[in-house]
Design a protein around this ligand. Structure first.
Ligand code: SF4
Length: 444
């Protein structure tokens, strides 16, 4: 057990996050003010100074470097853009002060260049909207989202409460002079609603929020078995121009292992339906590092997905979080798959670049296999503005539904304030008036 001493609790948190990227949690202990620890970090420096000291120590004992160096936050792309805006050389700073690898710096440069081609409003009254539908057909093994197995009764009661919140947000937006630049319907799996509920929900979204200032309207389909011709017609009629159909893997054995009750054939059928319905932009999510998958499995999945021709492909890295079933059933999977994930991400970069896709947004999460990243790739001109802005944190996003967290942006201070809803959908229904009161007080 390695012992490290830091000056206070806040440094303990930051150094602890870095330590977890090198070692398992039972292999180190961090103390506050312990002079006989193996590494003693004194007061006087900031968190990054402490992390740099700790990085040198972990590097020495493990013989390893980290691709993302001392960066433990979720938005390295935002840091890159901020350094650039301040007139600094982001690549020099990331390399010399944060120890980020050349390969990840190159990725950040490509993301930043692609983002610059995407038009966005500079009007602070142009906001993003997120609406969550916390239901799915079944729960995936790795899921840590607010998701419940759908029932008609649950969905109907939920939508009733959600409509109250949506109507109130409309009034709030009128009060503040705001309009929706982008609308994102996420979850959960919004298309797990039946046709009747999906229609009443999406028509309400359209009537309340879509204006001539709305440039993007996305409905996450997610699970391919929930996508039907009728539902796609409803999505089109509501004015949405983007959907997601998320294979995660094209290998049946993997889909069975992770609790997704669909087949690769259903994925192909969902793509064909989206094509027939004339949906302009389809995104497909894949996950690297899934249990038992080897790099050739991922390459096969990516080849199969490329053949379906989606405009966007998002390559995730498996993250096994506390709220997932996977953490109980196979807690070591992320660590075990780290080397495979590195290979899979390299393959993804090579194959997607060769197929004409560009990386356009990137984020990291805790508990990711190998501490790598998630990258959204797009064909030129098809990047999702909502995804970029949520990563850049440069816009107010009003979020509705169970588990949704609104973020109010204060441009003068470049700061966000969070206004959360409760995540349990039954409690959300019970306390809907309180959720609305929180928004009325917190959103300006
Ligand atoms: S589809 Fe997404 S939200 Fe639903 S259970 Fe699977 S991971 Fe969770």
């Amino acid at each position: 057990m390695y012992s490290i001493s830091v000056p206070d609790e806040k440094h303990k948190y930051h150094v602890g996050e870095l330590a977890k990227m090198f070692l398992s949690e039972d292999a180190f202990c961090i103390y506050v003010g312990q002079p006989d620890a193996e590494l003693v970090i004194g007061a006087g420096g900031d968190y990054n100074d402490s992390k740099r000291r700790a990085y040198a120590f972990f590097r020495k004992i493990t013989g390893r470097d980290l691709d993302w160096g001392i960066l433990t936050g979720v938005r390295p792309g935002k840091l890159y853009n901020e350094l650039k805006a301040k007139g600094e050389d982001p690549e020099k700073v990331l390399k010399e002060q944060y120890f980020v690898s050349d390969e990840k710096i190159r990725l950040l440069r490509r993301v930043s260049e692609c983002q610059q081609t995407v038009k966005r409003s500079h009007d602070p009254k142009a906001i993003g909207l997120y609406i969550g539908i916390p239901f799915c057909p079944t729960r995936c093994q790795y899921c840590s989202f607010t998701s419940n197995t759908i029932t008609k009764k649950g969905a109907t009661a939920y939508l009733q409460a959600l409509f109250t919140e949506m109507q109130d947000v409309r009034k709030l937006m009128d009060r503040n002079g705001q309009t929706a630049e982008s609308i994102y319907i996420g979850g959960g799996t919004p298309t797990s609603l039946d046709e009747e509920d999906l229609r009443s929900f999406l028509m309400k979204v359209r009537d309340l929020f879509v204006t001539e200032n709305t440039v993007e309207f996305t409905v996450e389909g997610g699970r391919p078995e929930t996508i039907t011709e009728d539902k796609l017609a409803i999505i089109k009629e509501a004015g949405a121009d983007r959907i997601s159909v998320n294979p995660q893997s094209m290998k049946q054995h993997t889909l069975d292992l992770i609790g997704r009750r669909h087949t690769p054939q259903q994925i192909r059928e969902a793509f064909a339906l989206a094509d027939e319905a004339g949906i302009s932009i389809v995104n497909a999510d894949l996950i690297t590092g899934l249990p038992e998958e080897m790099p050739e499995d991922f390459r096969d999945s990516l080849t199969a997905v490329l053949a379906l021709g989606p405009e966007n492909i998002t390559v995730h890295t498996l993250a096994v979080k506390k709220a997932s079933r996977m953490i109980e059933e196979d807690p070591g999977v992320a660590r075990r798959q780290a080397a495979n994930v590195r290979q899979m991400l390299e393959d993804a970069d090579r194959m997607l670049t060769a197929a004409g896709y560009e990386p356009y947004y990137l984020y990291r999460q805790k508990h990711m296999a190998g501490n790598f990243e998630n990258v959204g790739w797009c064909r030129p001109g098809t990047a999702s503005l909502y995804n970029i802005r949520i990563m850049e944190e440069d816009q107010t996003i009003v979020a509705m539904g169970a588990g949704a967290i609104s973020k109010v942006y204060f441009p003068a201070e470049n700061r966000l304030e969070r206004v959360p809803n409760v995540s349990n959908y039954e409690i959300y229904i019970e306390r809907i008036e309180e959720m609305i009161a929180r928004k009325e007080a917190g959103i300006s």
